[in-house]
Design a protein around this ligand. Structure first.
Ligand code: FE2
Ligand code: FE2
Length: 353
């Protein structure tokens, strides 16, 4: 943290490019209003049918509350520190939700112009945010009760992160923005699914259910965002494949890439390394998501593209195997063991990277 600029992000963000989508393309999104109502809003769940964090937590008004909390804490004792580093990192990522709603509202043609705009795009963004808000709530309350983590350090990290924002490089373009969200929803679906699987391995079925339930929401959101991009491929294959290439060339940065706890200048890298080692979210997952999206959108079979579009098509279609080859080569190199790193989130206990 720069002591002279206390509210600046912990490191340099990229050159800020804005409004790169040609303004006439805003009309595409205006004309898709009705389509979005029939095809995107249907992926939202009515509040009355939604789960709430309280469904998975000890009931504070009940006489059995203390007993339930005790059982939760007994189960948590069986889970190793490195798992908690991953779960805390995931929770902090979810808790920076104000940043993601802001990001969606930077996008030209789909932003919520008033805060209560009746357009389908704005309705989606607000209801998506409201659904997502349960994720951070649930994980936060679970972690508070489990007694294994330093809540104050975690809360500081959240405050720093929301203050820093994020730099997804989506340039106010809904083309870039919806490629980014398609990728991210699938990434969170995978990582929450993996924390669920690991919790099960450690014998905590209740925590597995918590993570699995959140993962299911992410899957539903992925379906909506990938459908939007599918529609863009139909209407404007050239512009969409070029946007896809652009995002992949810039690399999809994780939403919490600017995280900081007031101590560790490489906190995000350290958290990512633990997630990689535990198989919660890995370089292989990144390549798999890319490959999934290429197939989902039929990128290989696009026809009638311009020269630039054909080059973009070739780039994205060949990228996943390239990432995998690089990854295998990196894995093959004899790696010296990194020194263990202390995480303030778990009272400065050290974890292997
Ligand atoms: Fe989420
Ligand atoms: Fe999500």
């Amino acid at each position: 943290m720069n002591p002279k600029k206390p509210f600046y992000p912990p490191r340099e963000v990229h050159v800020q490019v804005t409004h790169s989508m040609p303004p006439q393309k805003i009309e595409i999104f205006k004309s898709l209003e009705g389509w979005a109502k029939d095809n995107i809003l249907v992926h939202l769940k009515p509040v009355e049918k939604c789960w709430q964090p309280q469904d998975f937590l000890p009931e504070p008004s009940s006489d059995g509350f203390h007993e339930e909390v005790k059982e939760l804490r007994e189960r948590a004792k069986e889970i190793p520190d490195d798992y908690f580093v991953c779960l805390v990192g995931d929770m902090i990522t979810e808790e920076a939700l104000p940043t993601y709603q802001t990001m969606l509202n930077t996008l030209d043609g789909v932003r919520d112009e008033t805060g209560a705009s009746p357009t389908s795009w704005a309705i989606w963004t607000r209801a998506w945010t409201a659904e997502e808000n349960r994720h951070g709530d649930l994980l936060n309350k679970y972690l508070y009760l489990c007694g294994r983590v330093d809540m104050r350090q975690i809360e500081k990290t959240i405050q720093y992160l929301i203050g820093s924002g994020m730099d997804p490089r989506t340039e106010n373009s809904p083309y870039l923005g919806f490629v980014y969200t398609s990728f991210q929803e699938r990434a969170t679906f995978i990582s929450h699914g993996n924390t669920a699987r690991r919790a099960k391995e450690h014998g905590d079925m209740k925590l597995a259910q918590i993570c699995g339930t959140i993962a299911a929401d992410e899957k539903r959101h992925e379906m909506a965002y990938t459908k939007i991009v599918e529609k863009l491929f139909e209407i404007d294959p050239d512009g969409t494949v070029i946007a896809f290439e652009d995002m992949m060339k810039k690399k999809i940065s994780m939403p919490a890439h600017l995280m900081y706890d007031g101590r560790d200048d490489n906190l995000f890298e350290h958290f990512s390394a633990v997630a990689q080692r535990l198989g919660v979210y890995t370089a292989k997952d990144y390549a798999d998501i890319l490959e999934f999206l290429v197939q989902r959108w039929g990128v290989e079979h696009l026809t009638g593209l311009s020269g630039e579009g054909r080059r973009a098509q070739e780039f994205v279609c060949n990228l996943a195997p390239r990432i995998r080859r690089l990854e295998e080569r990196a894995q093959g190199r004899a790696k010296k063991r990194e020194p263990d790193v202390a995480f303030s989130w778990i009272f400065d206990r050290k974890v292997q990277l």
